[in-house]
Ligand binder design. Sequence first.
Ligand SMILES: Cc1ncc(COP(=O)(O)O)c(C=O)c1O
Length: 494
Amino acid sequence: MNKKDERQLKTPYFDKLKEYTESKPISLDVPGHKLGRLNNELLEYTGPNIFKLDANAPKGLDNLSKPKGVIKEAQDLMAEAFGADQAYFLTNGTTQGILAVIMSVCRANHKILLPRNVHKSIINGLILSGAIPVFMKPNIDNSLGIANGVSVETVREAINDNPDAKAVFLINPTYFGVVSDMREIVKLAHEHEMKVIVDEAHGGHFYFSDKLPLGAIEAGADLSVVSTHKTIGSFTQSSVILTKGPRVDHNRLEATLNILNSTSPSGILMASLDVARKHMYFEGPKKLNKLVEMTKTARDKINQIPGIEAITEDYFLKKGEFGADKSRIIVKVSDLGITGFEAYNELRDEYNIQLELAETHLILAVLTIGTTVDDLKGFTEALRKISEKHLKENREPIHQKLTYNEPIYYMRPREAYHGYKKYVPLEEAANEVAAESIMVYPPGIPIVIPGEVITEEIISDLLQYRASGSTILSDSDGYLIKVVDLEKSGPEED
Ligand SMILES: Cc1ncc(COP(=O)(O)O)c(C=O)c1O
């Protein structure tokens, strides 16, 4: 065992937390359940250990706002496992990390280049920072009705048109597993003195297998936010920021994190980060390679089922994408004449299978090292039955295209957020300036963001989504839309 492996065997935060709770302290601090002494149904269901680990900030367990002890040690091990310089634990998800990195890199009126298919947390980062978004058009796949990666050419053009931009923001990979040429884009951005920030909500496992695309930090990015809870195995809401290289302003990042952090970060979440890191470091490479094989076998079987198609990496390569995550399964179901939403509901209601998401044409299964061969057999069998049932109905295939609406920028998201507002019915919102993000969830990618003009096309897309039964998320309810009252609103001062 080499020195690095020896270090990675440790779980300093988890060990200290166990030591503390097993010392059976007289708890005169918070939390109020006193490490499980209030009996309730949750304790009866889970047993006492969850409560015992839910300590707040006792002496010896370090402080997330300025870690110097076991949290720092655990973060350093996390950074080492990912090949990063530093890691910052997050207990409010990748959302918190995205807000922090955008706010630490961009001040008001700084430009940031970013693909249009970003998650809503990025848009909220624009509101908080006051940055100006310059959107890059992602590659559109009309056959699947999804937006994919951005080409190097698109990024080059955006950089040339906006040489004053501070940062390039990328997604590695998209929700559907598609990656852009991260290495080339990082090189290009750095040549132009721009930082590279990456949303790796779905890419944490890349770092632990050579059968998967490159992790952003491995490709030279400055900052990446990883949803360890999605693909590494830590608890929901635990995530991590990774940094590498000389361009990162750690002081500013730490100050920003301390604005966004709770002063009572969950010990359970931090312990789960510590333990999941160790598990992934030792088990990940072997198990991920096995997962890639299992996924291929399942995909091949699904592709023998009439009327449905499991999308392969080759499919994306042929479409001109740079690469794709081989450990996800996208199944196109719309040739059966059913939408992904119908298949999603049928799988849940009739086969007890919970998918990650559905779109008009497809369903998406997220697989991890926790996935078993039996899970994939059950999924394949259910798809076979769904195919049999719907082939009998002889429905027309669905041909709905993804209408990508070129965003029309009117004002900064922050300005729209702070401006005077009025509410108008969705059907009557054409040519108004949105004061809120409107999106279908999942995947939570905004169709319009604050500061953009709402066009007829956007309204028609939203009406279609609403008719198909998708959940439309907005601050209002998807019927009344919050827009900027331009008659009242004046320019914002920041
Ligand atoms: C692409 C992408 N980015 C960011 C996030 C936010 O992550 P979290 O839920 O950990 O806050 C998500 C969540 O689904 C996501 O899919």
